[in-house]
Design a protein around this ligand. Structure first.
Ligand code: R5P
Length: 287
């Protein structure tokens, strides 16, 4: 039975690559408005899958990335899932990057765990059977186990590439404990003061003459990795490279690229600086 992949506008770059690589999937790019646009003039999202009624009893995977434009993307995703629900299709969803993933717990009273709420809605309301997520920010958290989530990691992919270029002796580190929870790679202590300012603490680090590979899930403002660089440099590192899965803000990515000896960044989010293609990782998991 052929698998149908429905691509939102954030994953068109990946869906096109899948189409080039294999004939095992039928790719659906939802139709646009009469003006050829994804949004109406007032900003509301338009969505149409005219052959949705033919997808009943078929395996359907919706491919989505939570960036750029997380809010528009979310509405696109919900409209697609609603159209599928209207047509009695129970799909799977593959997130190359999960939107709202950093709001993954109630940090302060009066907030909500948006990441879990979204997962809950997909499973309970839209009847999504399986959710694949590449390097979810909430990987390893307790609540994740309650849902049919399949975490897929790009980290082994990134490490393999870095070792090919810089040899086997790279010392891999996470910039914070969250990184350690997700990957098992030793992490430093980090405190985030606001969206732009972070502090990383360490005592008695000695990276003399080492090649350091800092492994992080996300580059947003670049604040975390800039701080990490200063610390690692002071501690004597010879070379420092970055292995990152999701590149969210181009300005942050460029700052990191300039500072570090090398940046390995995947294309889970469409970015000019992405140099590691994860199409094979997607295919390996959904075949
Ligand atoms: C934080 O917990 C994440 O793992 C990343 O380290 C963080 O989101 C990166 O953001 P920024 O580039 O803005 O420091």
């Amino acid at each position: 039975m052929k698998t149908f992949i429905i691509s939102t506008s954030t994953t068109e770059h990946l869906a096109k690559k899948i189409k080039e690589r294999t004939k095992s999937f039928k790719i659906i790019f939802p139709e646009k408005s009469k003006e050829g646009k994804r949004c109406f003039p007032d900003g509301e999202v338009y969505m149409k899958i005219s052959k949705a009624n033919r997808l009943r009893q078929k395996r359907v995977v919706v491919l989505h990335s939570g960036a750029p434009e997380p809010n528009q993307g979310l509405v696109e995703l919900e409209l697609i899932l609603q159209i599928l629900k209207d047509n009695k299709v129970k799909p799977e969803v593959f997130f190359t990057y999960f939107p709202y993933s950093m709001q993954d717990k109630v940090f302060e009273k009066g907030e909500t765990n948006m990441a879990e709420n979204l997962v809950k809605k997909l499973v309970n309301y839209y009847k999504v059977k399986k959710i694949y997520i590449i390097d979810p920010h909430f990987g390893g958290m307790g609540w994740v186990k309650k849902y049919p989530i399949n975490s897929v990691s790009a980290v082994p992919f990134l490490i393999k590439k870095a070792r090919q270029d810089f040899g086997k002796d790279i010392l891999f580190l996470s910039p914070d404990k969250g990184g350690k929870r997700r990957t098992g790679i030793l992490g430093l202590k980090k405190e985030r003061l606001d969206s732009f300012k972070v502090e990383i603490f360490s005592s008695r680090l000695n990276f003399k003459r080492r090649i350091l590979g800092v492994v992080d899930d996300i580059i947003e403002t670049g604040g975390t990795l800039l701080k990490f660089y200063d610390l690692a440099k002071k501690s004597g590192a010879k070379k420092i490279i970055v292995l990152a899965t999701h590149g969210i803000l181009p300005a942050g990515i460029l700052k990191i690229k300039k500072k570090y000896s090398k940046l390995y960044l995947t294309n889970t989010i469409k970015q000019k600086e992405a140099n590691i293609d994860i199409t094979a990782l997607i295919l390996k998991n959904i075949v």
